[in-house]
Each structure stands twice: as C-alpha cells, then as structure tokens.
Design a protein around this ligand. Structure first.
Ligand SMILES: [Zn+2]
Length: 186
C-alpha cells in the first residue's frame, strides 16, 4: 500500500481518540503521520524487513499505549501514536502485494518479515500493489475520519496526501518504465 494509505489508516484509527481527547489531538496526529511513514525508511536497506515489525511492533505499541492512558503527556501520547502507527503499517503490509516495482508481473511471496518466527509473511494481495485503484479508494476512505475530526495542518496534510495518492495511482504502472534503470531496487 502507498505511504499515504498507511498514514491515513493510522490517522483513522486514532481519530476517535483525538475527538474524545482534543487536548492531545496534535501529538496523536504527529505520531500517526510519522509512525505511518517510518517503516518504509528501510527502502534503501532490506525493505519490509529492517524497520518493519508486524508482530514485535505490537509488543511495543501496547505497553506504550497503556502508558499514554495511565500517564498522558504530549511526548508519551505522540510516542504511543507513533508506535501504534508503525505497527499498523507493518502488519497491514501483509494484506498488500510484494515489494517489487511491478508486482503484477513478478510474484514474490514476501510481503513483510516476521522477526518473531524468522520468516517472511506471504502477501494476501487484498490490495494488489501500492498505487492500485483499490489502494487509492482505500486511502480516500481512510482519510475521511481524520478530515471530520481535524482542521489546520492535519487537514492540509490530508488534502495534499489525497492529491498525491490519486496522481501516484494514475501513473503507477507507467512508473516502472520510467524507472527501468532502478531495477536494483527489487
Ligand atoms: Zn511498508
């Protein structure tokens, strides 16, 4: 799934909390945006493995979220939102496609690495590849709860994210030709 889909999913998950506790809406959004993006910073390393923790991430997210409930502060709430968003990103990569540039051609069976069992989780392909039409639709649907709860910079991030998602989805398949020299990425 697209980076924007991951960010919107985290914002959607935390939107009810932001609505209920508006005083922490900003650290929740900041943590959700950064945590939704963070795992994919392993792109130049071993993508979907180095910074992706689909199971272990939960072991960090749950206690951090519990701490944020028991002893809330701006920093702890932001960290908890970050941990939850990063875990959700890694876990939901399993319902997407493989990490290759053209997942509709070559089919690897590696969606995301499970550090607990020491093996790759296979792609479910409910979303066939990042930038697929269903990915764009999912991104827009997931943006709605946060659009309803937030205003200010979060709304700006959401609207820019929607435009970028649609543009990316429109050119996604052509990207492979444009980036033919980048095949080392696979
Ligand atoms: Zn990812």
């Amino acid at each position: 799934m697209m980076a924007t889909t991951h960010v919107f999913a985290a914002l959607a998950l935390l939107a009810p909390v932001a609505y209920a506790v508006p005083g922490f809406a900003t650290p929740l959004a900041a943590g959700a945006v950064l945590g939704g993006l963070a795992p994919d910073f392993d792109l130049p390393l071993e993508h979907r493995r180095t910074f992706h923790f689909p199971l272990l991430g939960l072991a960090v997210a749950v206690p951090t979220a519990a701490l944020a409930i028991v002893a809330p502060s701006t920093t702890i709430v932001a960290l908890a939102a970050f941990a939850v968003a990063a875990w959700l990103h890694a876990a939901s990569d399993a319902i997407g496609g493989g990490p290759e540039m053209d997942p509709w051609n070559g089919r690897t069976e590696r969606a995301v690495y499970d550090h607990v069992r020491g093996r790759w989780i296979r792609p479910r392909r409910w979303v066939r590849y990042d930038g697929a039409p269903e990915d764009a639709a999912l991104a827009i649907g997931l943006a709605v709860p946060a659009l309803a709860v937030y205003d200010g910079w979060v709304t700006a991030v959401l609207l820019i994210g929607i435009v970028v998602s649609l543009a990316y989805a429109l050119v996604r398949r052509r990207l492979v030709d444009w980036t033919a020299d980048w095949n080392w990425l696979e």
